[in-house]
Design a protein around this ligand. Structure first.
Ligand code: FAD
Length: 406
Protein backbone atom coordinates (compact mmCIF):
# COMPACT_ATOMS: atom_id res chain seq x y z
CA UNK A 1 0.00 0.00 0.00
CA UNK A 2 1.37 3.42 -0.76
CA UNK A 3 0.21 6.92 0.06
CA UNK A 4 1.24 10.36 -0.99
CA UNK A 5 1.13 13.17 1.56
CA UNK A 6 2.70 16.55 2.23
CA UNK A 7 4.42 16.00 5.58
CA UNK A 8 5.63 12.81 7.25
CA UNK A 9 6.72 13.32 10.86
CA UNK A 10 8.68 10.53 12.54
CA UNK A 11 8.23 10.69 16.33
CA UNK A 12 4.99 11.48 18.18
CA UNK A 13 6.77 13.19 21.07
CA UNK A 14 6.52 16.80 22.18
CA UNK A 15 8.19 18.31 19.12
CA UNK A 16 6.60 16.02 16.53
CA UNK A 17 3.06 16.59 17.77
CA UNK A 18 3.49 20.36 17.95
CA UNK A 19 4.84 20.41 14.41
CA UNK A 20 1.94 18.23 13.20
CA UNK A 21 -0.65 20.58 14.72
CA UNK A 22 0.84 23.63 13.06
CA UNK A 23 1.34 21.98 9.65
CA UNK A 24 -2.18 20.52 9.83
CA UNK A 25 -3.63 23.95 10.60
CA UNK A 26 -1.97 25.21 7.42
CA UNK A 27 -3.95 22.66 5.43
CA UNK A 28 -1.06 20.25 4.87
CA UNK A 29 -1.78 16.53 4.66
CA UNK A 30 0.18 15.37 7.69
CA UNK A 31 0.93 11.94 9.09
CA UNK A 32 2.82 11.26 12.30
CA UNK A 33 4.28 7.83 12.94
CA UNK A 34 5.87 6.41 16.07
CA UNK A 35 7.13 2.96 16.88
CA UNK A 36 5.83 3.30 20.43
CA UNK A 37 2.32 2.13 21.32
CA UNK A 38 1.31 5.53 22.74
CA UNK A 39 2.15 9.13 21.84
CA UNK A 40 4.16 11.38 24.16
CA UNK A 41 5.50 8.72 26.49
CA UNK A 42 8.22 11.05 27.80
CA UNK A 43 5.65 13.73 28.46
CA UNK A 44 3.70 11.17 30.50
CA UNK A 45 6.63 10.35 32.81
CA UNK A 46 8.04 13.89 32.93
CA UNK A 47 8.10 16.07 36.00
CA UNK A 48 7.17 13.15 38.26
CA UNK A 49 3.95 12.63 36.26
CA UNK A 50 2.98 16.32 36.30
CA UNK A 51 5.10 17.52 33.34
CA UNK A 52 7.21 20.60 33.87
CA UNK A 53 5.97 21.87 30.51
CA UNK A 54 7.81 25.19 30.31
CA UNK A 55 9.73 27.77 32.28
CA UNK A 56 8.55 31.35 32.73
CA UNK A 57 12.10 32.62 32.42
CA UNK A 58 13.05 30.79 29.22
CA UNK A 59 15.78 32.63 27.33
CA UNK A 60 18.76 31.73 25.20
CA UNK A 61 20.90 31.61 28.35
CA UNK A 62 19.29 28.32 29.44
CA UNK A 63 20.58 26.26 26.54
CA UNK A 64 23.78 24.44 25.62
CA UNK A 65 25.12 23.41 22.24
CA UNK A 66 27.90 24.26 19.84
CA UNK A 67 25.88 27.32 18.82
CA UNK A 68 23.78 28.26 21.85
CA UNK A 69 22.28 31.23 19.94
CA UNK A 70 20.73 28.93 17.35
CA UNK A 71 17.66 28.29 19.52
CA UNK A 72 16.82 31.98 19.96
CA UNK A 73 14.84 32.50 16.79
CA UNK A 74 12.37 29.66 17.39
CA UNK A 75 12.15 30.45 21.12
CA UNK A 76 11.18 34.03 20.25
CA UNK A 77 8.65 33.07 17.60
CA UNK A 78 6.81 30.59 19.83
CA UNK A 79 7.45 31.55 23.43
CA UNK A 80 6.66 30.06 26.82
CA UNK A 81 3.71 32.49 26.96
CA UNK A 82 2.32 31.12 23.69
CA UNK A 83 2.45 27.62 25.13
CA UNK A 84 0.81 28.75 28.38
CA UNK A 85 -2.03 30.28 26.30
CA UNK A 86 -2.54 26.92 24.63
CA UNK A 87 -2.61 25.14 28.00
CA UNK A 88 -5.10 27.71 29.32
CA UNK A 89 -7.32 27.32 26.24
CA UNK A 90 -7.61 23.64 27.13
CA UNK A 91 -8.54 24.45 30.73
CA UNK A 92 -5.48 22.69 32.17
CA UNK A 93 -4.72 23.95 35.66
CA UNK A 94 -1.06 24.62 36.41
CA UNK A 95 1.20 26.13 39.04
CA UNK A 96 4.70 27.48 39.36
CA UNK A 97 6.71 25.16 41.57
CA UNK A 98 10.02 26.95 41.87
CA UNK A 99 12.45 28.96 39.70
CA UNK A 100 9.79 29.67 37.05
CA UNK A 101 9.03 25.97 36.50
CA UNK A 102 5.41 25.37 35.47
CA UNK A 103 3.74 22.02 36.21
CA UNK A 104 0.22 20.63 35.66
CA UNK A 105 -1.80 20.62 38.87
CA UNK A 106 -3.18 17.19 38.01
CA UNK A 107 -1.44 15.10 35.38
CA UNK A 108 1.00 15.16 32.47
CA UNK A 109 -1.59 13.14 30.57
CA UNK A 110 -3.56 16.37 30.15
CA UNK A 111 -0.75 17.79 28.01
CA UNK A 112 -0.73 14.64 25.83
CA UNK A 113 -4.53 14.86 25.52
CA UNK A 114 -4.28 18.53 24.54
CA UNK A 115 -1.79 17.70 21.79
CA UNK A 116 -3.69 14.70 20.43
CA UNK A 117 -6.98 16.67 20.48
CA UNK A 118 -5.33 19.51 18.57
CA UNK A 119 -3.84 17.07 16.08
CA UNK A 120 -7.27 15.57 15.49
CA UNK A 121 -8.81 19.03 15.02
CA UNK A 122 -6.07 19.85 12.50
CA UNK A 123 -6.78 16.65 10.54
CA UNK A 124 -3.48 14.95 11.33
CA UNK A 125 -3.23 11.16 10.91
CA UNK A 126 -1.42 9.39 13.76
CA UNK A 127 -0.02 5.87 13.32
CA UNK A 128 1.39 4.12 16.38
CA UNK A 129 3.43 0.94 16.58
CA UNK A 130 5.00 1.71 13.20
CA UNK A 131 8.69 2.22 12.50
CA UNK A 132 10.69 3.23 9.44
CA UNK A 133 12.57 0.71 7.32
CA UNK A 134 14.19 2.94 4.74
CA UNK A 135 14.26 6.57 3.66
CA UNK A 136 15.15 7.49 0.08
CA UNK A 137 15.13 10.74 -1.85
CA UNK A 138 12.88 10.40 -4.92
CA UNK A 139 13.35 13.57 -6.94
CA UNK A 140 12.03 16.42 -4.81
CA UNK A 141 10.22 14.05 -2.46
CA UNK A 142 11.05 11.52 0.24
CA UNK A 143 10.10 7.91 -0.21
CA UNK A 144 9.77 6.19 3.14
CA UNK A 145 9.15 2.46 3.58
CA UNK A 146 7.50 1.61 6.87
CA UNK A 147 7.88 -1.64 8.73
CA UNK A 148 4.18 -2.44 8.26
CA UNK A 149 4.97 -2.97 4.58
CA UNK A 150 3.51 0.34 3.37
CA UNK A 151 5.25 3.15 1.47
CA UNK A 152 4.75 6.87 2.06
CA UNK A 153 5.96 9.61 -0.22
CA UNK A 154 6.05 13.11 1.20
CA UNK A 155 7.35 16.54 0.26
CA UNK A 156 8.67 17.08 3.79
CA UNK A 157 10.21 14.62 6.21
CA UNK A 158 10.39 15.85 9.80
CA UNK A 159 12.71 13.96 12.13
CA UNK A 160 11.38 14.31 15.69
CA UNK A 161 12.75 11.14 17.22
CA UNK A 162 14.36 12.74 20.27
CA UNK A 163 17.65 11.71 21.86
CA UNK A 164 19.09 8.51 23.25
CA UNK A 165 18.01 8.82 26.87
CA UNK A 166 15.82 6.10 28.42
CA UNK A 167 16.30 3.46 25.70
CA UNK A 168 13.78 1.30 27.54
CA UNK A 169 11.08 3.75 26.40
CA UNK A 170 11.90 3.57 22.71
CA UNK A 171 14.70 6.11 22.37
CA UNK A 172 16.93 5.34 19.40
CA UNK A 173 19.77 7.00 17.56
CA UNK A 174 17.72 6.82 14.38
CA UNK A 175 17.50 10.58 13.83
CA UNK A 176 21.28 10.87 13.90
CA UNK A 177 21.60 8.11 11.29
CA UNK A 178 19.20 9.92 8.97
CA UNK A 179 21.17 13.14 9.40
CA UNK A 180 24.47 11.41 8.55
CA UNK A 181 22.94 9.63 5.58
CA UNK A 182 21.96 12.98 4.11
CA UNK A 183 25.44 14.40 4.73
CA UNK A 184 24.68 16.39 7.88
CA UNK A 185 27.19 16.39 10.71
CA UNK A 186 26.17 15.10 14.13
CA UNK A 187 28.10 16.49 17.11
CA UNK A 188 29.32 14.19 19.88
CA UNK A 189 26.42 13.01 21.98
CA UNK A 190 26.47 12.20 25.70
CA UNK A 191 23.99 11.73 28.55
CA UNK A 192 23.04 15.00 30.27
CA UNK A 193 20.84 16.02 33.20
CA UNK A 194 22.11 12.83 34.76
CA UNK A 195 23.32 11.76 38.24
CA UNK A 196 27.11 11.60 38.66
CA UNK A 197 28.96 8.61 40.10
CA UNK A 198 31.98 8.20 42.37
CA UNK A 199 34.89 5.76 42.44
CA UNK A 200 34.52 2.86 44.91
CA UNK A 201 36.87 4.30 47.57
CA UNK A 202 34.97 7.58 47.86
CA UNK A 203 31.64 5.76 47.64
CA UNK A 204 32.63 3.64 50.61
CA UNK A 205 33.34 6.79 52.67
CA UNK A 206 30.10 8.44 51.65
CA UNK A 207 27.90 5.36 51.80
CA UNK A 208 26.21 6.36 55.07
CA UNK A 209 24.99 9.52 53.35
CA UNK A 210 22.76 7.84 50.75
CA UNK A 211 19.40 9.59 50.96
CA UNK A 212 20.67 12.81 52.58
CA UNK A 213 19.64 15.95 50.71
CA UNK A 214 20.76 19.55 51.16
CA UNK A 215 20.40 22.89 49.45
CA UNK A 216 23.71 23.36 47.63
CA UNK A 217 25.68 25.57 45.29
CA UNK A 218 27.49 23.51 42.67
CA UNK A 219 30.22 25.02 40.48
CA UNK A 220 32.12 23.84 37.45
CA UNK A 221 34.65 25.49 35.22
CA UNK A 222 35.53 24.04 31.85
CA UNK A 223 39.26 24.07 31.14
CA UNK A 224 40.59 26.55 28.58
CA UNK A 225 40.02 25.46 25.00
CA UNK A 226 37.75 22.64 26.12
CA UNK A 227 36.13 22.53 22.70
CA UNK A 228 33.13 23.89 20.84
CA UNK A 229 30.13 24.72 23.01
CA UNK A 230 32.24 24.67 26.17
CA UNK A 231 33.24 28.22 27.09
CA UNK A 232 35.92 28.43 29.78
CA UNK A 233 33.69 30.23 32.25
CA UNK A 234 32.35 29.12 35.58
CA UNK A 235 28.85 27.65 35.67
CA UNK A 236 26.99 27.84 38.96
CA UNK A 237 23.68 26.32 40.08
CA UNK A 238 21.99 26.67 43.46
CA UNK A 239 19.44 23.89 43.88
CA UNK A 240 18.93 20.70 45.86
CA UNK A 241 21.64 18.03 46.05
CA UNK A 242 21.07 14.39 46.95
CA UNK A 243 23.64 11.81 48.05
CA UNK A 244 22.86 8.47 46.41
CA UNK A 245 24.33 4.99 46.78
CA UNK A 246 26.25 5.62 43.52
CA UNK A 247 27.31 9.24 43.93
CA UNK A 248 25.39 12.51 43.66
CA UNK A 249 22.05 13.50 42.24
CA UNK A 250 19.40 16.19 42.76
CA UNK A 251 18.66 19.20 40.53
CA UNK A 252 21.97 21.02 41.09
CA UNK A 253 23.96 17.92 40.09
CA UNK A 254 21.75 17.16 37.06
CA UNK A 255 22.29 20.76 35.92
CA UNK A 256 26.06 20.67 36.30
CA UNK A 257 26.27 17.24 34.61
CA UNK A 258 25.56 18.93 31.28
CA UNK A 259 28.74 21.00 31.67
CA UNK A 260 31.02 18.46 33.38
CA UNK A 261 33.29 15.99 31.56
CA UNK A 262 35.23 12.92 32.75
CA UNK A 263 38.43 13.89 34.56
CA UNK A 264 37.08 17.29 35.66
CA UNK A 265 36.19 18.38 39.18
CA UNK A 266 33.12 20.10 40.57
CA UNK A 267 33.03 22.23 43.69
CA UNK A 268 30.12 21.93 46.07
CA UNK A 269 29.02 24.32 48.81
CA UNK A 270 26.94 22.17 51.15
CA UNK A 271 25.85 25.14 53.28
CA UNK A 272 25.24 28.09 50.92
CA UNK A 273 25.28 31.49 52.56
CA UNK A 274 26.85 30.13 55.75
CA UNK A 275 30.50 30.59 56.73
CA UNK A 276 31.26 27.15 58.19
CA UNK A 277 34.77 28.17 59.35
CA UNK A 278 33.51 31.20 61.25
CA UNK A 279 30.66 29.24 62.85
CA UNK A 280 32.81 26.27 63.90
CA UNK A 281 35.62 28.46 65.30
CA UNK A 282 33.08 30.60 67.19
CA UNK A 283 31.58 27.41 68.64
CA UNK A 284 35.05 26.34 69.76
CA UNK A 285 35.54 29.67 71.59
CA UNK A 286 32.12 29.54 73.21
CA UNK A 287 32.00 25.87 74.17
CA UNK A 288 35.18 23.91 73.50
CA UNK A 289 33.67 20.82 75.14
CA UNK A 290 31.22 20.42 72.30
CA UNK A 291 31.90 17.41 70.04
CA UNK A 292 33.24 18.45 66.63
CA UNK A 293 30.45 16.69 64.74
CA UNK A 294 27.84 18.42 66.91
CA UNK A 295 29.21 21.83 65.93
CA UNK A 296 29.32 20.89 62.25
CA UNK A 297 25.82 19.46 62.66
CA UNK A 298 24.58 23.02 63.28
CA UNK A 299 25.72 23.95 59.78
CA UNK A 300 24.76 20.83 57.75
CA UNK A 301 22.46 17.86 58.48
CA UNK A 302 23.73 15.61 61.31
CA UNK A 303 24.46 12.56 59.13
CA UNK A 304 26.47 14.70 56.76
CA UNK A 305 28.36 16.30 59.66
CA UNK A 306 29.28 12.89 61.01
CA UNK A 307 30.46 11.63 57.63
CA UNK A 308 32.55 14.76 57.01
CA UNK A 309 34.21 14.47 60.43
CA UNK A 310 34.90 10.77 59.86
CA UNK A 311 36.44 11.52 56.47
CA UNK A 312 38.70 14.23 57.90
CA UNK A 313 39.56 11.89 60.80
CA UNK A 314 38.22 14.35 63.34
CA UNK A 315 36.61 13.04 66.49
CA UNK A 316 36.47 14.31 70.07
CA UNK A 317 35.90 17.83 71.33
CA UNK A 318 36.38 21.13 69.52
CA UNK A 319 38.99 22.27 72.04
CA UNK A 320 41.14 19.25 71.23
CA UNK A 321 41.37 20.04 67.53
CA UNK A 322 43.64 22.72 66.07
CA UNK A 323 42.13 25.65 64.14
CA UNK A 324 43.90 24.57 60.95
CA UNK A 325 42.16 21.22 60.96
CA UNK A 326 38.83 22.86 61.73
CA UNK A 327 39.32 25.22 58.80
CA UNK A 328 40.03 22.25 56.52
CA UNK A 329 36.82 20.66 57.76
CA UNK A 330 34.93 23.89 57.09
CA UNK A 331 36.36 23.95 53.59
CA UNK A 332 34.91 20.48 53.01
CA UNK A 333 31.55 22.05 53.88
CA UNK A 334 31.74 25.29 51.87
CA UNK A 335 34.02 24.27 49.01
CA UNK A 336 34.13 20.51 48.68
CA UNK A 337 36.04 19.74 45.49
CA UNK A 338 35.29 16.34 44.08
CA UNK A 339 35.98 14.47 40.85
CA UNK A 340 33.09 12.24 39.81
CA UNK A 341 34.22 9.26 37.71
CA UNK A 342 31.23 9.08 35.43
CA UNK A 343 27.47 9.37 35.13
CA UNK A 344 24.59 6.96 35.37
CA UNK A 345 24.35 7.10 31.57
CA UNK A 346 21.39 7.07 29.20
CA UNK A 347 19.49 4.71 31.49
CA UNK A 348 18.58 7.64 33.75
CA UNK A 349 19.65 10.75 31.80
CA UNK A 350 16.81 13.16 31.13
CA UNK A 351 18.30 14.37 27.87
CA UNK A 352 21.03 13.87 25.30
CA UNK A 353 23.62 16.58 24.92
CA UNK A 354 24.67 17.16 21.32
CA UNK A 355 22.90 16.03 18.17
CA UNK A 356 22.36 17.22 14.63
CA UNK A 357 24.76 20.12 14.02
CA UNK A 358 22.72 23.31 14.11
CA UNK A 359 25.09 24.90 11.57
CA UNK A 360 23.46 22.58 9.05
CA UNK A 361 19.94 23.80 9.90
CA UNK A 362 18.03 26.99 9.16
CA UNK A 363 17.29 28.60 12.53
CA UNK A 364 13.94 30.00 11.36
CA UNK A 365 12.55 26.73 10.04
CA UNK A 366 14.74 23.83 11.29
CA UNK A 367 15.14 22.73 7.66
CA UNK A 368 18.44 21.20 6.56
CA UNK A 369 20.22 23.85 4.48
CA UNK A 370 21.48 21.31 1.95
CA UNK A 371 18.44 19.00 1.83
CA UNK A 372 15.22 20.90 1.10
CA UNK A 373 12.24 19.32 2.84
CA UNK A 374 14.22 17.57 5.59
CA UNK A 375 13.64 18.98 9.09
CA UNK A 376 15.11 18.17 12.53
CA UNK A 377 13.22 19.34 15.62
CA UNK A 378 13.34 18.86 19.38
CA UNK A 379 16.01 16.95 21.20
CA UNK A 380 17.54 15.30 18.11
CA UNK A 381 19.14 18.67 17.28
CA UNK A 382 22.21 19.94 19.12
CA UNK A 383 20.17 22.12 21.49
CA UNK A 384 19.98 21.07 25.13
CA UNK A 385 18.13 22.95 27.83
CA UNK A 386 18.70 23.18 31.55
CA UNK A 387 16.52 21.23 33.91
CA UNK A 388 13.28 23.10 34.61
CA UNK A 389 10.93 22.94 31.60
CA UNK A 390 13.41 24.32 29.08
CA UNK A 391 13.68 21.10 27.06
CA UNK A 392 9.96 20.92 26.47
CA UNK A 393 9.89 24.61 25.55
CA UNK A 394 12.57 23.89 22.94
CA UNK A 395 10.46 20.98 21.63
CA UNK A 396 7.35 23.22 21.38
CA UNK A 397 9.24 26.15 19.80
CA UNK A 398 11.23 24.13 17.27
CA UNK A 399 8.18 22.00 16.43
CA UNK A 400 6.11 25.13 15.93
CA UNK A 401 8.78 26.73 13.74
CA UNK A 402 9.06 23.69 11.46
CA UNK A 403 5.26 23.45 11.39
CA UNK A 404 5.08 26.88 9.72
CA UNK A 405 7.16 25.86 6.73
CA UNK A 406 7.11 22.10 6.19
P1 FAD B 1 10.67 12.68 22.53
O1 FAD B 1 9.65 13.28 23.43
O2 FAD B 1 11.68 11.77 23.11
O3 FAD B 1 9.88 11.94 21.37
C1 FAD B 1 10.52 11.16 20.40
C2 FAD B 1 9.53 10.14 19.87
O4 FAD B 1 10.12 9.48 18.76
C3 FAD B 1 9.18 9.07 20.89
O5 FAD B 1 7.78 8.96 20.98
C4 FAD B 1 9.83 7.80 20.33
O6 FAD B 1 9.06 6.63 20.58
C5 FAD B 1 9.86 8.10 18.85
N1 FAD B 1 10.91 7.41 18.12
C6 FAD B 1 12.23 7.34 18.43
N2 FAD B 1 12.88 6.64 17.50
C7 FAD B 1 11.97 6.25 16.59
C8 FAD B 1 12.04 5.50 15.40
N3 FAD B 1 13.21 5.01 14.96
N4 FAD B 1 10.90 5.27 14.70
C9 FAD B 1 9.71 5.75 15.15
N5 FAD B 1 9.58 6.48 16.26
C10 FAD B 1 10.70 6.73 16.97
N6 FAD B 1 11.84 18.15 29.98
C11 FAD B 1 11.20 19.22 30.47
O7 FAD B 1 11.25 20.29 29.86
N7 FAD B 1 10.46 19.12 31.62
C12 FAD B 1 10.35 17.96 32.33
O8 FAD B 1 9.62 17.88 33.33
C13 FAD B 1 11.08 16.82 31.86
N8 FAD B 1 11.07 15.67 32.56
C14 FAD B 1 11.71 14.58 32.04
C15 FAD B 1 11.69 13.39 32.77
C16 FAD B 1 12.32 12.27 32.27
C17 FAD B 1 12.32 11.00 33.08
C18 FAD B 1 12.98 12.33 31.01
C19 FAD B 1 13.64 11.12 30.42
C20 FAD B 1 13.01 13.52 30.30
C21 FAD B 1 12.40 14.67 30.80
N9 FAD B 1 12.44 15.88 30.12
C22 FAD B 1 11.79 16.97 30.64
C23 FAD B 1 13.09 16.01 28.78
C24 FAD B 1 12.00 15.93 27.70
O9 FAD B 1 11.20 14.80 27.95
C25 FAD B 1 12.62 15.83 26.31
O10 FAD B 1 13.56 16.83 26.11
C26 FAD B 1 11.51 15.96 25.25
O11 FAD B 1 10.59 14.90 25.41
C27 FAD B 1 12.08 15.94 23.84
O12 FAD B 1 11.02 15.97 22.94
P2 FAD B 1 11.16 15.34 21.50
O13 FAD B 1 9.81 15.45 20.88
O14 FAD B 1 12.31 15.90 20.81
O15 FAD B 1 11.50 13.80 21.77
Amino acid sequence: KSSDIDVLIVGAGAAGMMCAIEAGKRGRRVRVIDHARAPGEKIRISGGGRCNFTNLGTSGANFLGENPRFALSALRRFTQHDFIKMVDRHGIAWHEKTLGQLFCDDSAKQIIRMLTDEMKAAGVALSLGVGVKTVERAGERFQVDLDDGSRVTAASLVVATGGKSIPKMGATGWGYEVARRFGLRVTDTRPALVPLTFEPGLLEQLKPLAGVSVDAVVRHKAPKEAGPGRPAKETVFREGLLFTHRGLSGPSILQISSYWREGEAITVDLAPGRDAAAEILAAKTENGKQAVHTAVGHVVPRRLAEALCARENLSGKLAEVGDKKLRALAEAVNAWTVKPVGSEGYRTAEVTLGGVDTAALDQQTMEAKTVPGLFFIGEVADVTGWLGGYNFQWAWSSGWAAGQSC
